[in-house]
Each structure stands twice: as C-alpha cells, then as structure tokens.
Design a binder for this molecule. Structure first.
Ligand SMILES: Cc1cc2nc3c(=O)[nH]c(=O)nc-3n(C[C@H](O)[C@H](O)[C@H](O)COP(=O)(O)O)c2cc1C
Length: 209
C-alpha cells in the first residue's frame, strides 16, 4: 500500500473479529515498531505480545473494570454521556465502550513498555515509545489489521504488570489490541491544517507566494 493511503486511513478500529493473526504479520508489525526513533537511540522499549486466551481474559477484566469504574468519573466522559448520540464525542465513547466490553476477544494484545530510568521527566519521555507505537498502528493498517492505541489499562497498571512479570521500574505506555476489523478503515475526522499550522510565529498565517 502507498504510505499516504496507509497513514490517512489508519484510525481507531475497536470492533474486531477473533480470527487469528499469522505470526509473520506480528513479526512485520514489530519490525516496524523497532524502526522508530528513541532518545539517544537508547531503544529502551519492550513489547509484550499476549496471545494466551487466559491472560487476555484477565487483562480484559482489568481493562473493563478500569473503564467502568475510573473513566465514568472523568468530566469528558460525563459530557459524552450527556451529549447527543450522534455527536462525535458520543460516538467515540460508544466505540470505546464496545472495546472495553470485548478487549479479551482481540486475538492479540501488544503491551508497549518503556524503561524510562535516567530519562528527564516530562513529555519527552513518551517520545521514546510512542513513535514505535504509531509504527505498530501503521504497519498493522498496511496489513489490513485493526488496532487502537489504548491507555486505560494504566488505571490497573500494578496488577497487569504482576500478571505479566513486568518489572516495577518499567512503564506500560500503551495496550494495543489487534484483530481483523469488523468495520472499515477510512479517513478519520481531523481539524483542518489551516487551524493547526502556523508560519513563522504562533498564529501566523500561510505567507502569500
Ligand atoms: C494517548 C491516547 C490514549 C488513548 N486511550 C484510549 C483508550 O484507553 N481506549 C480507547 O478506546 N481509545 C483510546 N485512544 C484512542 C483515541 O480515542 C483515538 O485515537 C481518537 O478517538 C481518534 O480516533 P480516530 O483515529 O478513529 O479518529 C487513545 C488515543 C491516544 C492518542
């Protein structure tokens, strides 16, 4: 697939079939992950591939519990529940709720982890793992496999780390369910460039040619 078609049609796919994903596809996706940049090229990332049905069920239960116990308390979630069912926010919430109820049915979960010891705290820490996560999303899309970048598992970080034997000092950055999509890939709604791109200064308009 053409790169620009991949990147413009990659989006959160939360309704997945339980059909198995071939090992070669997982390998290609992970090869793409490790092409990503990281601070100082330290590559202090790890990717736990979870296929075992019992483990997926346990992680799914943690995810569901985090979703229904913690997310409901967040203001944006309450706004979404109050919004019209046709609003974009309500649609995201309906779809994320479906995933929360069915996470364990995804045939593969990838937990992207980062050993951030020694890194300066702040936003740049994530920059050493989320490019790899994005490569996973894009490579999966190129192979026709649906994914979503999720972080709700962080509300149940400790039991999930214990379950998988992840050392306490390692951060779990994203839990990515993978599966063949029930729905369709397609261009996702985004703010237009004119709203988010400035030239030469904050708020600067595109210079006339
Ligand atoms: C930092 C981050 C955290 C996210 N966490 C979750 C999550 O826990 N659960 C979920 O269903 N989606 C999660 N998402 C997916 C977003 O909801 C999704 O990327 C956004 O709605 C855009 O979706 P679209 O590409 O289909 O338009 C997360 C995305 C990001 C970037």
């Amino acid at each position: 697939m053409d790169f620009f078609e991949v990147v413009s049609t990659q989006r959160a796919i939360r309704r997945l079939t339980p059909d198995p994903i071939p090992d070669e596809a997982i390998d290609r996706i992970l090869e793409a992950a490790i092409c990503a940049p990281s601070g100082g090229n330290r590559q202090s990332w790890s990717f736990v591939v979870i296929r075992d049905a019992e483990l997926r069920a346990k992680i799914g239960a943690h995810y569901r519990e985090a979703y229904f116990k913690e997310l409901f308390n967040l203001p944006y979630y309450r706004d979404a529940l109050a919004a019209s069912p046709d609003s974009p926010l309500a649609k995201v919430v309906a779809s994320s709720r479906h995933l929360a109820e069915h996470l364990a049915e995804a045939p593969v979960l990838i937990l992207a982890c980062l050993d951030a010891r020694g890194m300066s705290p702040g936003i740049t820490q994530g920059a050493s793992i989320y490019p790899a996560v994005q490569n996973i999303l894009l490579a999966a899309r190129a192979l026709g496999i649906g994914t979503t970048l999720t972080t709700i598992h962080r509300f149940r970080d400790r039991p999930i780390k214990e379950l998988l034997g992840i050392p306490p000092e390692v951060e779990t950055a994203a839990l990515i369910p993978l599966g063949y999509p029930l729905g369709k890939f397609g261009r996702a709604p985004r703010r237009p460039l004119a709203e988010v791109v400035f030239f030469d200064r904050w708020g600067g308009p595109r210079p006339a040619c």
